[in-house]
Design a protein around this ligand. Structure first.
Ligand code: ATP
Ligand code: MG
Length: 341
């Protein structure tokens, strides 16, 4: 039996926030640890996706750092975990070109991400238009079944399925279709109540926390000093109702703090909510959450510091050997379909 694949990649154009950590990194590490006996877990750095927009800091530093983050967040390494950099597996760009030849301008034009990212701009690079096709190649090269992505990427996942179907119809069974977005959600949630969480902006809790928000107090970064992070929590916007309850609509700031408290301590949200419901001193809750976040960050940063660059390079070496082997095999069958080989 073929071992199925779960595939994930995080763009490393800048430092990550607590939102990225709690909403993407930690759930991915959980998923990997739960399934790495029965699935290949491909954790790749989409460096070719990074260059379609500006990069904060040094790309090489960001790459190594991001892979250390998986380990610091508790990823257990075994033979089924594969770390690789997209640009070190040339089949990604080659397949992407071939998929370009079956994708249409019309379907790429309909991508909401493209519309959002190009809105109001005088000039937009072709990469921003075409990256969903590269993303399809990232997935199809490995016959990946599950790709834990946010809702904003579902349209790209549907595009991937459509391209694979079109190719298979024209040339015969070549690609495995990834699971539908609905099946992905069912698989990823695995019955947990922490699915689809959105950590809110600390200053403006109606919005989600985003790394691209320039306001430093709106977000906690993974490399913030724990004391700085605590101060940001203490200055978080709340409300004037004067009574704690979990109500994202009327009390988004307070609800966000309860949510963070639960996730950081790995407690069911219900438990945290029942501990604090009805309390009137917002300052007490802030102090507790500030302590939880700074302890968690200090612990995470301590673990991060123990991981050497060499450890990551070693993982990349074996991972890239594996990835090239699998990807080149798939690429050859596509080249043969097009009569290029
Ligand atoms: P940007 O402002 O550049 O869009 P971002 O912080 O929204 O950055 P993304 O790169 O868009 O981050 O997303 C990376 C991952 O983090 C995705 O899986 C996304 O769902 C998740 N994520 C982003 N923001 C949050 C948040 N506030 N809470 C939980 N998860 C989040
Ligand atoms: Mg985003």
């Amino acid at each position: 039996m073929n071992t199925p694949t779960i595939l994930t990649g995080l763009r490393v154009n800048s430092e990550l926030t607590l939102g990225n950590f709690l909403g993407a990194l930690v759930p991915m590490v959980r998923l990997a640890n739960a399934h790495s006996e029965t699935f290949h877990i491909n954790i790749f750095v989409p460096d070719l996706h990074s260059i379609i927009s500006d990069i904060d800091g040094e790309l090489q530093t960001n790459i190594i750092k991001s892979l250390k983050y998986y380990l610091a967040a508790g990823l257990k390494i075994n033979d089924n975990i594969h770390f690789y950099r997209q640009s070190y597996v040339p089949a990604h760009t080659e397949l992407s070109w071939m998929l370009n030849c079956i994708a249409t301008m019309g379907e790429l034009n309909r991508m909401t991400q493209y519309k959002d990212k190009s809105a109001g701009k005088e000039s937009v690079n072709v990469g921003i238009f075409d990256y969903p096709v590269l993303m399809a190649a990232d997935i199809l090269l490995y016959d990946a079944k599950y790709i834990p992505v946010g809702e904003d990427q579902f349209q790209h996942l549907e595009l991937t399925r459509r391209l694979a179907e079109r190719f298979n119809r024209k040339f015969g069974e070549t690609f495995t279709l990834p699971a539908t977005p609905k099946e992905q959600i069912t698989f990823m949630s695995g019955g947990s109540d922490q699915d689809g969480i959105r950590i809110r902006d600390l200053q403006n809790p109606e919005r989600k926390m985003s790394k691209s928000n320039p306001a430093p107090n709106s977000k906690i970064m993974l490399d913030d000093e724990p004391t700085t992070a605590a101060k940001k929590i203490m200055s978080a916007t709340t409300d004037s109702l004067g009574k704690i309850s979990f109500d994202m609509f009327n009390q988004p700031g307070i609800s966000n703090l309860l949510q963070i408290e639960a996730l950081v301590n790995d407690l069911p949200l219900q438990d945290v909510v029942s501990t604090w419901s009805g309390e009137t001193h917002y300052g007490d809750l802030k102090q507790k959450v500030a302590a939880s976040v700074s302890t968690m960050l200090a612990d995470f940063q301590r673990k991060f510091a123990t991981i050497s660059d060499q450890e990551i390079f070693d993982l990349l070496e074996t991972g890239e050997t594996y990835a090239n082997e699998v990807a080149n095999k798939k690429l050859l069958s596509v080249q043969q379909a097009f009569k290029l080989r």
